[in-house]
Ligand binder design. Structure first.
Ligand code: HPA
Length: 234
């Protein structure tokens, strides 16, 4: 047990899928895994362990934003031995060619800061995905006929951004989408020599201001879970 995860040693699989929303963790585990058990509910942050095609898998919520994700990922890695960590979440598109429901595979994640910023001092560390996971996820998306974009994303500290000029620069520099967690996930994976990837589905578009309906969100979330599982065990 750790401060934020009430699981016993051995309750958490080496492969962990990480949605932001704890109820998405419950839904994904109940929909895609067999023999699931709830392994954490401290502070309402739900984690489930089960099997997928016979492989042990944990699906654990992270909450929103890098400080929250950092707590769970630190504990999952250092106390429970998580080795492959795949964020499954939503993002806001920042390029015209990216459509609602498309999948984004985040090759790298820019940020203004992360919870790890303090130890980097004046180094602009470049958090990046595990290449084998990225390639396997791209193959899985293609096999399913799901349009996938591979490139850089932006992990923001704020949902309600007061800096439109910064968005303009990111659009100009080809950033595909914005979310709030991947940069810290990639940084922690690098620190502990683990594999990480963010598989994201486009839930809203910053340029067109369009957003997915709740029903479309669920369908695209399902595609994302299956792409993440296939990549983890490719
Ligand atoms: N901003 C930040 N995070 C997000 C967004 C957004 O527009 N959409 C989904 N996650």
């Amino acid at each position: 047990m750790t401060i934020h995860i009430g699981a016993q040693p051995g309750d958490i699989a080496e492969t962990v899928l990480l949605p932001g929303d704890p109820l998405r963790a419950k839904w994904a585990a109940e929909t895609f895994l067999q023999n699931t058990t709830c392994v954490n509910s401290v502070r309402g942050m739900l984690g489930y362990t089960g099997t997928w095609r016979g492989n042990p898998v944990t699906v654990h919520g992270t909450g929103m934003g890098m400080p929250s994700l950092s707590i769970y990922v630190n504990e999952l890695i250092t106390a429970f031995g998580a080795k492959t960590l795949i964020r499954i979440g939503s993002c806001g598109a920042m390029q015209d060619r990216v459509q609602l429901r498309d999948v984004i595979l985040a090759m790298t994640a820019s940020s203004l800061s992360t919870p790890s910023r303090g130890i980097m001092r004046d180094l602009n560390f470049a958090p990046c995905a595990d290449y084998a996971l990225l390639r396997a996820a791209a193959d899985a998306a293609q096999a399913r006929g799901v349009p996938a974009h591979i490139g850089g994303i932006y992990s923001s500290d704020v949902f309600y951004d007061e800096r439109p000029d910064l968005n303009e620069q990111m659009v100009r520099h080809g950033i595909l989408a914005v979310e709030m967690e991947a940069a810290e996930l990639y940084t922690l994976a690098a620190r502990y020599n683990r594999r990480a990837l963010a598989v994201l589905t486009v839930s809203d578009h910053l340029l067109t201001k369009r957003a997915l309906s709740p029903q479309d969100r669920e369908q695209s979330f399902g595609d994302m879970v299956e792409i993440a599982l296939e990549a983890a065990f490719a």
